[in-house]
Ligand binder design. Structure first.
Ligand code: SF4
Length: 277
């Protein structure tokens, strides 16, 4: 991993995501190396020619100043990186930001694929208006290794949700991205029952080089689904998602957990924003 320290103007940046007013991205780049990563376009903006997942910019800020009116605003860590990827153990940038935000009256949301946030459990417990989401799309660790080779295991993510929830922190599972035929939604919902306050869903969106990579990966490792993926991603047939939405709706009636569906999220985003996970 090629690491460099860079200087950035401000900690919070206005967001174009529908559910967040501001985002904080303490790093550029991400060691989780998700094959479908929605944030890899950041290479273009940060002047990196290296492969996504092989570089990391660690941000220091010119000023600690926060926007004046943060009351009831929603702040997301993070939108184009994972705030608790491995390097956070060394640089503590997410922790520093959360310490600054702790005394604001903003709603703070952390979304990560990592259990590394447990190192900051006492800090997280002290933030009143906090919710923490863990993103997970499979219970099969061999599939997880194929698509998210640098991210923590399924077991570690499930344990993180349980620990956070038992500590009194509002938690949610973000089943994202939903991989057609491979993401077992009922099993995931059952696995977190009792550990979360909410479950969100987002379908797999593929574009650019990620599209080719993921379709090749499916062809190589799950040839039985290759025709189905081509139907969805090359011929733009959305009947799979429509059927799945109905199934999710039925499933939600059997659980006491609120479900939030972000299918087609990319169509409602204001200016091209999408959560990284
Ligand atoms: S999808 Fe998120 S966690 Fe995965 S590599 Fe991209 S930024 Fe990192």
């Amino acid at each position: 991993m090629k690491i460099r320290e860079i200087s950035a103007k401000q900690i919070l940046v206005k967001s174009n995501l529908p559910a967040s007013d501001y985002v904080a991205n303490p790093y550029t780049g991400c060691s989780h190396q998700c094959r479908y990563c929605y944030a890899s376009f950041m290479k273009r903006f940060s002047g990196h020619s290296e492969e996504w997942g092989t570089f990391l910019d660690v941000k220091s800020y010119e000023s600690d100043r926060l926007p004046k009116k943060l009351r009831n605003k929603t702040i997301l860590l993070s939108s184009v990186t994972d705030p608790y990827q491995g390097c956070e153990a060394r640089f503590h940038k997410s922790r520093e930001i959360l310490e600054l935000l702790r005394n604001t009256e903003a709603d703070i949301e952390i979304l990560s694929k990592s259990d590394l946030m447990l190192k900051d459990l006492e800090l997280l417990k002290s933030i009143k208006r906090l919710k923490v989401g863990i993103s997970l799309c499979t219970l099969d660790d061999s599939f997880r290794k194929l698509i998210e080779p640098g991210a923590p295991s399924v077991k570690r993510r499930l344990n993180a949700l349980k620990t956070l929830h038992e500590s009194g922190i509002s938690t949610y599972l973000f089943i994202s991205p939903v991989f057609p035929y491979l993401t077992d939604i009922p099993a995931l919902v059952q696995a977190v029952d009792g550990s979360v306050d909410k479950i969100g869903f987002e379908n797999l969106n593929l574009r650019g080089t990620a599209k080719t990579q993921v379709l090749d990966l499916i062809k190589q490792h799950y040839p039985q689904y290759s025709a189905g993926y081509e139907q969805i991603y090359l011929r733009k047939d959305d009947s799979y998602w429509k059927t799945l939405e109905t199934e999710i709706q039925k499933l939600s009636e059997n659980y006491q957990i609120p479900f939030e569906n972000y299918f087609y999220h990319e169509k409602i985003r204001k200016n091209g924003g999408q959560k990284h996970d």
